[in-house]
Design a protein. Sequence first.
Length: 324
Amino acid sequence: MHCLRIAILAMSKLIKVAIVGVGHLGKWHAEKYAASPNCELLAIVDSDLEVARQIAQKHGVQAYSNYKDILSQVDAISLVVPTRLHYKIARDILEAGIHCLVEKPITETVAEASELILLASRNKLILQVGHIERFNTVMMGIEEILKEPQFIESTRLAPFTLRATDVSVILDLMIHDIDLILDLVRSPIRHISASGISVLSDTIDIANARIEFDNNCVANVTASRISQKRERKLRIFQKDTYISADLQKKILAVNRKGETDNEAGFKDIIHKESKYEDNDALNLEIQDFIHAIQTQGRPRVSGEDGRRALETAIAITSQIRDRL
């Protein structure tokens, strides 16, 4: 039955989609799908039916309070609910033969993530994880000049809000940079050391981790949700090149060792700074999901990628909790 669904979908260009969970982020998922020429937004689902109706009315679609009521109607679902619900709902979605884009982190545990990956593979379905920074235009610029990173430093700061305090800053914010770094380095982790504290919530609010890789690259990762400013910066050092990226302002600065010597007898440093346009990372992520479904290709952020980031985030969290 699942194979028949996929075969029929391959012949049809328009993918039928639903959004499950329309809180702060889910409503933006609805906007992107509604505007896409490659899919048809059919339904909005939220446990709060009134909230679902408000978003559904805006897009002229049906509202539901139970996601099980729409499983027979759609080809793909964006799952934008609290992390604790990811595994149960995503499992039901995949078992019904429906492609799934699940927000990060993929699940609460690595075992849950592994089960979803296996289920998606068995049913020949796309399982994509919403690590949105992979679609930041600055990251795409970095990929063009990256060779062999030797040291990486990331900083992600945000003011305190009550949203997402059900998880630590590691699973809320740091996991973005963990995913980016793992993708950039592409080497097994040799050792992790981490520290952090709880300040305003019941979970860890500020954390720092040092990640050492088998290829000798080292990453220093800092995340805080008790800052007075927002900052998302990434610095990468490789032989003859220093890359500084402001992921928030979309600015990429590259410093390279030149060919000529200066008066002091050292090579000149060539500086180039580029400002990237904001091409709407969420829309790029969703279009990548749709394209993966249409082509049965690998999404930019796969279930395996989501599991790898989660596993690293859990290792960092465990180290910190052992010290508290």
